[in-house]
Design a protein around this ligand. Sequence first.
Ligand code: SF4
Length: 317
Amino acid sequence: MGEVYRSYSAYLNQVYAKRVYRIGVDGQFSCPNRGKDGSGGCAFCDGTGTVAAYQKPQDRSNEKPKVRMEERKSTIAMQIERGKKFLKRRYRAELFSLYFQSYTNTFDTVEHLKELYDSALSYGPFTELIVSTRPDCITDEIVALLASYKDKVQKVWIELGLQTANDDTLKFVGRNHDVSSYIKAANSLHLAGIGVCTHVILGLPYESRADIARTAQIVNDAHCEAVKIHNMHVCYDTRLQDWYEKGEVSTASRRRHVEQTIYFLRRLNPSLVIERLVCETPDYRLMAPRAFGDKHRFLQQLKGTMEVHGWVQGDLV
Ligand code: SF4
């Protein structure tokens, strides 16, 4: 049997036929959903920001004075160098994509963004430019800036955090944006020829199968090209931790996440690239689920179940 879903590695092989790896960098951005003292934010966010395992956590501040720009640029250059060395040694990487990964990577003035992106891209060549952000941090000026890089790389992507297509859940977990802002952002990015990868979380508090189906529908309708799926997990020092300790919310076991993921995948357009299927939060940050097991076992179970039943991505679209 062929692949039961369109994996990211299959996409990269098909398009570039070489070993392409992304270098994740932290540009010391902050987040509009957090106060200057680090308060607020999404209920599931521990404020550490996602950072590639081979990188070191960067200093950040919600005040972004111009004087810090040189420091930010040189830090990014060091991260690119470190990432290249690591990915060549560990995976024999042949090509690299540049991935602005941590926090909200369009949350700055357009002038600052241009300076940072230009500087980072000068350490290329890069196959793709990938920028992770929130739907409410996409303006026409930012779209135009991102589109201007289409002649420097083969593809420009934005990773947009939607998490769920249920506005009540978005409010409950403190996202401070709604589904319509995601649709608006995705539309303007597509009009400019920029690819959209949507982040979703399965198993958010009080969500049902109907919410999962609706999220798949919205992602399809937005003509999104890729998706990253996360299982809801509880990190230390989050509001979710408080709710979890009070017994108000629970996390999915590996079996339940397999079921929910299959339910979602079968409703997603078959052309969508599946870039991620499960969280890989390091143990020192992860409160629950602790007995989930490793990603390899999860993937085995997911693929095995789909193959046995003859299910594939998009067979219910
Ligand atoms: S938008 Fe991202 S960085 Fe900001 S609080 Fe939410 S998860 Fe954290």
